[in-house]
Design a protein around this ligand. Structure first.
Ligand code: URA
Length: 232
């Protein structure tokens, strides 16, 4: 990898800012000043800026508590996108799956393409738990209906666990992530979702993370997400 990309990826500045640092002789590789931005950094190289080692972190993993009104996309003409909430200079970060514009809650953002692909694969049934509010009372029969797997026309939802909290409030855990799945399941049960928030995505929990904020995943969380991922 080029030295300027290495430094920009590690958030030392934009590509032109890091070129400036290189030109000014602030960057050393194995304790020797390197003034060539196109220098190819090797795995064994020790890169430093003003004497401070800059080690390369290949992958970044964030859990965002998505607010309503943001789109899970890289760019959009009409609405703000969730990537605007992440203060990272990495250009290759993408959300793992999607939440609707009016849905809040847990969304994983990473540049680890293998993990992203693995987590979204239909073979991998990552449990996702949603807090749901509805326009009218949720019938008790919905518990059994969802547990058996609801026929939604174009597909039958896999068995899901519904926990009724109040007349019009519940938690639902599904093991897939089809388009508008939760809203469509509740429509089948005879009520309309008026508020939807994803509380958990696999081992990741929103606890203590305010809406609109994000945090890096811990080593344990990353390992837990990857635990069934085939090595290639
Ligand atoms: N199900 C939905 O209906 N909407 C979401 O945003 C997520 C799951």
């Amino acid at each position: 990898m080029r030295l300027d990309k290495y430094l920009a990826d590690m958030s030392l500045g934009t590509r032109s800012e890091v070129k400036d640092l290189i030109r000014k002789g602030k960057i050393t590789v194995n304790e020797k000043t390197v003034k060539d931005a196109s220098y190819q950094v090797k795995d064994s190289d020790i890169v430093a800026c003003s004497g401070q080692e800059v080690s390369y972190v290949e992958y970044e993993y964030y859990l965002l508590n998505k607010p309503q009104g943001y789109i899970c996309a890289l760019e959009d003409k009409r609405h703000p996108v969730i990537m605007e909430l992440i203060r990272s200079k990495r250009k290759d970060l993408v959300p793992v799956g999607r939440l609707d514009l009016d849905t809040e809650g847990a969304i994983l953002i990473t540049n680890d393409g293998h993990l992203n692909h693995f987590l979204l694969s239909p073979k991998n049934h990552v449990p996702k738990t949603y807090y749901v509010e509805t326009d009218k009372a949720i019938p008790e029969t919905a518990v059994e209906l969802f547990a058996q797997g609801v026929d939604l026309g174009d597909f039958t939802a896999a068995p899901a666990e519904l926990r009724l909290l109040e007349e019009r409030k519940a938690e639902l855990t599904i093991h897939e992530g089809k388009f508008h799945q939760v809203k469509r399941m509740f429509e089948k049960a005879g009520c309309t979702v008026t508020f939807l928030k994803r509380l958990r995505f696999g081992p990741l929990d929103l606890q203590g993370l305010p809406t609109g904020e994000y945090r890096s995943l811990s080593e344990e969380e990353i390992n837990e997400l990857k635990k069934d991922q085939p090595s290639d």
